[in-house]
Design a protein around this ligand. Structure first.
Ligand code: CAA
Length: 381
């Protein structure tokens, strides 16, 4: 498999790294502490074309590869994991399904604005009583004689929810106790009956606001049905195939930041007559961290390049997310260990990386769900 980045991909990765170092990293601690929505950074990401990276230019995107996208998510997340997921949700969970399953009219009316970052998009699958078992959602979409739908229910943990103009919402359109059918609907903020709760309080990614969204008899015109009526679950699953590559890249970025910090600290901190980097205990930790990081990055690139070649990438994406997210937890854990007591203090960034890494094992499918997906592909062949 060819995993070298093209010249264009290297260029875009390097420009993302320069931008993230200059404009995002200096603000990351403050964003974490204050849980402030980084509106100025979102605008800069839009200007750079990072909010609709794989969408063709005629729809407001940048027309780049999934490999370029994953590389940019890594670099942005290396500076600030919150900014990484804001970007990832807009790209993978809103623009991607709209481009793949939307009508020409929907693309002209909605995709241009979201891919260019004029407004943001979000993805509404999870509910208070259904996360991993997504099919058993309770939100109902009742079709009306004119083809419109009325939806009732609630979606929670909706990243970008408090700020998004549009949300792809999945709802049961044919209630069946054995095999309900779902329909994907594009909901616009401000539709009567639509409301958003206050942002969630979380362990990490404080600046990436998420919230519960309520639908009280919200009427969705038939022009806002995404894909086929009853075909929503497959849209959700196919969308998550791409989304999981973004989260895996986010995990690699967080781990890289923790690794960088651990190397710097190990060279500075003195003990037993020299820098702690001289101790084999520290060297072995750094060697393991570097090896795991590289392995995770290669899995991410492999999944992204499979997507770029137009091949099914369900298993590759789940493997990348599973390994990269658990790697990020291990690497950030070791980075704190290398920092000793200082690593436990908010004075150093590694405690933020440790908290931010944890969510990558949970959202867009827990590690257990990724194992289910990988095992299913092995069993089904
Ligand atoms: N692409 C297209 N279709 C797919 C698919 C894929 N990757 N995976 C499954 N399907 C299809 C199946 O072929 C099947 O079709 P038929 O009905 O025609 O047979 C249908 O979808 C149902 O498939 P399963 O029987 O495998 O479904 P399941 O109910 O057993 O669930 C699951 C499978 C993998 C556990 C799934 O429910 C799942 O991924 N759960 C986790 C949900 C998740 O990741 N939530 C994250 C929320 S978003 C988020 O976190 C955003 C954020 O904040 C950043």
């Amino acid at each position: 498999m060819e995993l070298d980045l093209t010249e264009d991909e290297i260029l875009v990765k390097n420009s993302a790294r320069d931008f993230a170092r200059r404009e995002i990293e200096p603000k990351a601690a403050e964003l974490d502490k204050s849980a402030r929505w980084p509106s100025e950074i979102v605008s800069q990401l839009a200007e750079l074309g990072f909010l609709g990276m794989c969408i063709p230019t005629e729809y407001g995107g940048s027309g780049l590869s999934a490999v370029a996208y994953a590389s940019v998510v890594e670099e942005i997340s290396r500076a600030c994991a919150s900014c990484g997921v804001i970007m990832s949700v807009n790209n993978s969970l809103f623009c991607d399904p709209l481009y793949k399953f939307g009508t020409d009219e929907q693309k002209a009316r909605i995709l241009g604005d979201v891919a260019s970052g004029k407004v943001l998009g979000a993805f509404g699958l999870t509910e208070p009583s259904s996360g991993s078992d997504a099919r058993t959602m309770k939100t109902l979409a009742e079709q009306q004689p004119d083809g419109s739908f009325i939806i009732n229910g609630a979606k929670n943990w909706i990243t970008n929810g408090p700020h998004a103009e549009y949300i792809v919402v999945f709802a049961i359109s044919t209630a069946d106790p054995v095999k309900p059918k779902h329909t994907a609907l594009i909901v616009q903020r401000g539709m009567p009956g639509f409301s958003v709760a206050a942002p969630d309080h979380k362990l990490g990614i404080h600046a990436a606001h998420s919230a519960t969204i309520f639908f009280d008899n919200v009427r969705i015109p038939k022009e806002n049905v995404l894909g086929e009526v009853g075909g929503g679950f497959k849209i959700a699953m196919a969308t998550l195939d791409g989304g999981r590559i973004g989260i895996a890249a986010q995990a690699v970025g967080i781990a890289q930041a923790a690794f960088d910090a651990a190397c710097t600290y190990a060279k500075e901190r003195q003990s037993f007559g020299g820098p702690i980097l001289n101790h084999q205990a520290i060297q072995f930790m750094l060697a393991d961290m570097a090896t795991e990081l590289e392995a995770a990055r290669l899995l991410v690139l492999s999944a992204a390049s499979t997507k770029d070649r137009g091949k099914k990438h369900t298993t590759e994406a789940s493997m990348a997310k599973l390994f990269a997210s658990e790697m990020a937890t291990r690497v950030t854990h070791k980075a704190i260990q290398i920092h000793g007591g200082y690593g436990y203090s908010t004075e150093y960034a590694v405690e933020r990386h440790y908290r931010d890494a944890r969510i990558t094992e949970i959202y867009e499918g827990t590690s257990e769900i990724q194992r289910v997906v990988v095992a299913n592909s092995l069993l089904r062949g």
